[in-house]
Write a protein that binds this ligand. Sequence first.
Ligand code: TRP
Length: 334
Amino acid sequence: MQDKIVFTGMRPTGKLHLGHYLGVIENMVKLQDEYRCYYFIADWHALTTKYDKTEGLKQDVIDVATDWLASGISPEKATIYVQSLIPETAELHIYLSMITPQNWVERDPNLKDMAKILRSKEGFASQINYGLMGYPVLMTADILSFNADYVPVGIDQVAHVELTRDIARRFNNIYKTDFFKETQPLLNNCALICGLDGNKMGKSFNNDIKISDSEEATAKKVMSAITDRSRLRKDDPGHPDECEVAFKYWKIFADTEEVNKIRCECEKGERGCADCKRQLGCKINERFKEIREKRKYYEAHPETVEKILREGSEKARVEAQKVLKEVRQLVRMF
Ligand code: TRP
């Protein structure tokens, strides 16, 4: 067990899909055995775009935590918390916002994308608010509230972790200290699994398989996966490398030997796409069997999930308080 701190979080987007599981969560489960880990749910960040749709927010937080716990993230190993239960992060956000040049947040590539999406919407949620501009500064405050060493994130978030380093360095310069560490990103395999239609897997694209899906729903979704478009009959020779989804999934879920066997059978026309996808559905269901059983337990006990989040948040808060005490002294606050 290393003394280094690993820190990461997710926005509460509701029930998670296999892209989240394979790209992020599996990694979080591994890291909790090796480092001091803090995993949190960023409910303030959800408000940057969904401030006018908060009725489902609490349930979305519970849903993410339920998927985490089912997947094997353990409150005994990692500290799991809810962002808004740590007011110290909001305070740190204030100090950091005072020293962050405006053009550092304006050049954020994610903000530019988000602005495009928002502009295409109608109504008052279509503008960029002050809080959304500050998204990466708040993220910096999350990370620096625990003075983390490593932040596992997807490629789209790496720019934010770089900004975290820039802000930390600026803080250290201004207040003549070496208090904040230079946090490093740890890259996740975010694009590992595509959606059922071959595009990026995402909840809003309606092409995802959820951790929480039933076996029947999973089997049905897998049957809709795109295969080799040039293949008309099941005994036509197939082209696994042109199979748009199913063969890619096999490469993720089966071992090399099985993948080679499937390739041979497909190329010889001995394996129809429907049969292939039926087997694939079973394979995926097998992989998630235990996780889904565990998930049923937590789903039936949301009060247990909430208790874990509240206790984790209390523990996390004690650590953030230590950091903030130091920061307040460095900034020479009253
Ligand atoms: N921005 C991240 C996302 O959308 C969530 C997040 C907020 C985060 N604060 C963080 C991730 C701090 C890592 C560290 O996925």
